[in-house]
Ligand binder design. Sequence first.
Ligand code: NOJ
Length: 532
Amino acid sequence: MADRTSWWQRGVIYQIYPRSFMDASGDGVGDLRGIADRLDYLEWLGVEAVWISPFYPSPMADFGYDITDHTAVHPLFGDLEDFDALVEEAHRLGIRVLLDYVPCHTSAEHPWFVESRSARDNPKRDWYIWCDPAPDGGPPNNWVAMFGGAAWTFDEGTGQYYNHAHLVEQPDLNWRNRAVREAMLGVMRFWLERGVDGFRVDALRHLIKDEKLRDNPPNPDYRPGDRPFDALLPVYNTDRPEIHDAIREMRRLLDAYGDTTMVGELYLPIERLVAYYGENGSGVHLPANFHLISTPWNAREISALIDAYEGVLPPCAWPNWVLGNHDRSRVATRVGTAQARVAAMLLLTLRGTPTIYYGDEIGMHDVRIPPEGVQDPFEKQTPGLGYGRDPARTPMQWTPDRNAGFCPPAADPWLPLADDYRAVNVAAEREDPTSTLTLHRRLLALRRAEPALAVGSYEPVMAAGDLLAYAREHHGRRFLVALNLGHEPLSSEAPAFEGRVALSTRLDREGEEVVGGVLRLRGDEGVVIEGV
Ligand code: NOJ
C-alpha cells in the first residue's frame, strides 16, 4: 500500500500564516522571502508540504481573506518573483506548496465588485448575490454573517442588498454564474501553471446558497454568549448540494496537473463532512477534519470521535486531522503545555494526514492582546466573547533575541510576541534533546521510517479512564500508541502492550521493554510501542 499512496496521504502538512512566520523585509510583517529563508528549517523538521495562508493584494479587512487580485502578490509580502523563488526552493528541498484559494468572496474593493455595484445593469452585476429589500425595507432574509451582524448590506447607490457570509467588506461571489466559475477556475489554473501542488479551499461550505434564499430556522441549542452566527441553523446558507458540482469542476482541473491535492475548509458534523470526498472520490481530497479542536479532551470522547470518523469514511476516502489553525485557540492553550505533547503524538500517529499549525511544534501559546492592540475584525465585532483570533497569530519564535528573530530588533512586530519567547523558540529547542520541537521532529522521522504509522491500518485497543490506546499496522509491522490524557500516572495491563518503547513524549524511554503487557505511563505521557 505504501507504494500506492500519494505524498498528501503519507506526509505532514505545515500551515504558514505569512504575516507571522518570518519577516525578511524588516517592516514587522512576515513575507514570502522570509518563508523562503526558513524552508531549510521545515526540511529539517521533516514536513512534506506547506500551506501558505493568503498573500494576495488586499485591503486587509480580514488580513488577506479579502482579496482584490487573486493572481498577484501584495507588496507587503513581496512579488511574483519572490513567489517563484519560494516554490523553486521548496521543490528543491522536496517540500510541496499549497496555496489558500478563496473562491467564496472577494474584497469589496475588487474591481469585479466595484463594477458590480456600479449599476443594476452592469455586466458584472450577477457576479455577486444581489437582492431587493424585504417589504419592510430590511434585509432579504434572516441570515447572519460569520463574524456577527446581518449577512446582507444595503447598497444605497443601486437600492439592493448584497450577500456576504463574512465581513461587509467581503461580498460573496455568485457561483451559479458561469462566468464567475470560469474566472475562479482560471485562478487555480494560474497558480498550478506556476508550479503549486494544490490548494486549501477557504470557506467551502459557504460557496453556494439556497436559490430561494429561504430563512434559516432558529437553533434550539443556542446559548447567550455563543457566536451570533450560531443563533440560527445554517441550513440554507451553508452545505448546499450544488456545492458538490462546483467542487467536481475544481477537481477535474486539479487532476489535469498530476498528483495535486485540495484540502477543503469545512466546519461540519462528521456525517456531512465526509460527503465532500464526493462520489467515487470526485470531490475534495482532504475535507479538513477539525473535530479534535472541538471535542472535549478526554480518552472516552476522543476515542468515540476517532471511531465515529473512521466508521463513516467512504471506501478510498483518506482521513485527516487538525489540532489548530489561525482561526482557533492554540492547542497548548486549550489542553496545557504538558498535554500538548500528548496531543502531538496523537495527531502524528492517527491514520490520516496531519496538519501542523506554525509554532505548535515549539509549544507556542495564545498571547493576550490588550484591547488597544486588537487587529482581528472578529474580535472587533464581538468584543470580549473570546472569538478573537489575534492570540493564535502572533510572530513565530525563532531565537531568544529581541523580537524573537522574527523581525529586526528595531522593528515593531504587527502583533505582540509571547512573553515566553526567550525559552520557547526554535534555536533553544533545537539544542534541547527533550524539547517539544525535538519531539515533533522525532515523531515526524518515525512516521517516515515506519509506514505503519503513516498509512497503516487503525485499530482501537482501549479507552479507559485517562488511557487512550490504539494500534497501527502495515505489512506485518505493528505499533501500539498509548496516551495518558490525564495529569496523573497510570498503569494498565493488556497483551497488546507487549513490546519495546520506540518513543515517549518525554523522550527518555526509548528501547525500554514493556514486560508482561504491563504498561506504566507518567502523567501527561504518551508512548509508541513497537510490537515484538
Ligand atoms: C476562513 C479563514 O480561515 C478565516 O481566517 C477567514 O476569516 C474566513 N474563512 C473568511 O475568508
